[in-house]
Design a protein around this ligand. Structure first.
Ligand code: 76R
Length: 283
């Protein structure tokens, strides 16, 4: 069978994706002035109650995977970052509401947030999936064609379960930023033929893989959910690795020509049990 053309009728331009955990990033400024104005015994009580509440937010039980990561943030953009990974948007909103019930919340000023869902882009297998469905003689977007595609996605979701619903990595450093693919008059990612995008994403993956043992990357999609198209979470033991990886990627076509970036946020992992010390100025 001849390869499918890139014409939209034969081959949808959108790559298949698998979606997993719902993600909420919250960036807070801590009101140190109000905190210091609070009597010491009151502070101790608020702190220990917050630790108790946040512990169950961090993990379901002592040996369960981390589902909310707390970070001490560097710079003026904020002081505390909460990264919530949940199985649904309801559960995410529940975590948000629970946090708001703590007395500690009275000292937190929400400076920024980001809502997204873990996304695995399937540039490599999309073509095969579409071609296999068409090879059976099904017209693109017909119910039979859609059933083939859905079955393939179902198998993918099963195989990728742990990547779709990851724990928050325990790495010491977090780097988060949102990004878009360009939709300019001259350079528009969304009008580039599929095969060309697939080629570029393949090269992107090759660079990324060289950093695979020092960086854990979690890409989340946010089209229709927040102001940018993707959220990029990078986790590493050495923050310089973020700079090296992102610098190298700037020279890669898909970033050099098609990427637009939002604000960058950097945090140092703060296990909840250390929050009491943090509130007294100790990392
Ligand atoms: O998921 C995979 O491992 C498969 C290959 C792969 C995809 C599909 C991959 C690998 N990425 C994918 C998708 Mn990525 N990634 C970024 C950035 O700062 C920049 O210039 C770009 C920000 C980094 C640092 C990074 C790192 N990636 C995406 C997408 C979705 C695009 C789409 O679908 O059009 C975006 C926006 C994006 C951006 N990527 C990797 C990494 C790393 C380190 C890897 C290798 C992971 C590994 O193999 O362990």
């Amino acid at each position: 069978m001849a390869p499918l053309s890139d014409s939209p009728a034969a081959f949808p331009p959108v790559p298949l994706t698998l979606e997993g955990s719902s993600l909420l990033h919250q960036f807070f400024r801590f009101n140190w002035t109000a905190w210091r104005a609070c009597p010491a015994e009151h502070r101790a009580q608020i702190g220990s109650r917050a630790v108790a509440a946040l512990k169950s937010m961090e993990r379901n039980s002592a040996d369960a995977p981390t589902r909310t990561g707390l970070y001490s943030q560097l710079g003026h953009k904020g002081d505390l970052i909460f990264v919530h990974f949940r199985e649904s948007f309801e559960a995410l909103n529940q975590a948000e509401l629970e946090l708001a019930q703590t007395e500690l919340y009275d000292f937190l000023e929400l400076r920024h947030s980001y809502v997204s869902v873990v996304e695995l882009g399937l540039y490599e297998s999309t073509r095969k999936t579409y071609e296999a469905a068409s090879a059976k003689g099904f017209a693109t977007h017909s119910p039979e064609w859609q059933a083939e595609v859905d079955a393939s996605l179902q198998r993918g979701a099963e195989a990728m379960k742990t990547r779709l619903f990851p724990a928050v990595p325990e790495s010491k450093y977090l780097c988060f930023y949102p990004m878009d693919r360009k939709r300019g008059e001259e350079k528009n990612w969304y009008s580039v033929p599929f095969a060309e995008r697939q080629r570029m994403m393949h090269l992107h993956g090759l660079i990324g893989r060289r950093y695979g043992d020092v960086v854990k990357q979690i890409i989340s999609g946010s089209i229709g959910m927040d102001d940018w198209e993707w959220g990029v979470d990078l986790f590493a033991e050495d923050p310089v690795v973020f700079k090296k990886l992102i610098y190298e990627m700037r020279f890669d076509e898909v970033s050099a020509v098609y990427a637009l970036f939002g604000q960058f946020f950097l945090g140092i992992r703060l296990p909840v049990e250390k929050l009491g010390g943090w509130l007294e100025g100790r990392l």
